[in-house]
Design a protein around this ligand. Sequence first.
Ligand code: ZN
Length: 188
Amino acid sequence: MVASAQHTIPHEITEEAKIALSHYPELTNTKIEFKFKKNIKKSTMQAQPSFWSVFKSKKKRSYNILISERIKIADSVYYTKDIPSEIMIGWLGHELGHVMDFEQRSGFNLIGFGFKYVTSKNYIREAERRADSYAVNHGMETYILATKEFILKEAGLTQEYVDRIKNFYLSPEEIMILVEERDAASID
Ligand SMILES: [Zn+2]
C-alpha cells in the first residue's frame, strides 16, 4: 500500500487507516490528519474540515479525523488500541465517507452543514447515512457491517443507544441493497 505524504496517521492505527484510505483513491492528494483526542463530545470519531481551510480554495482544504482515545459504547469502555482491526477499519471508512461528502461542498455550504448538523436530527441522520453509503460504494461493506455488528451486539448496550444507531445509520439490510445496486451498476 502506498502511503501518501498528505496523510498523517498515529502509529497505533497506521495499518487500519492505510487499508481504509486504499478504498478512496480520490483522497490520495487530500490533506487528512488522523488525531487521538482525550474526549470527543457525544461521539467516538469525528471528521471535520480544519477550521481555517473552509475559507480557502477547495484544493487547499484539509480535514481532521478525531478519534477518542477510549471508545465508550453505552456503559462499556474500550481502549481504541484494543478494538479489533476490522472494526477500526470500518469505523475509519465511515469517517472517510464524511470527508468524501465534504469534498463535494463549497466552503460556504460547509459552514451551513456544521450549523444544521448541530441543530437538526434529520440532517444528522442524512449525513450519517451518506457517509455509510460512500463507504459501501467504495467496497467497504464487510468492514462497515462488522463495525455495526460490534456496536449493536456488544453486551451492555442500552435500548436507547441501539435505537439511536438504528435510526441514524444504514441498517445491514439497506447495506446489502446498496451492494446489489453497486454491483449491478458496475456490470454495464
Ligand atoms: Zn458519522
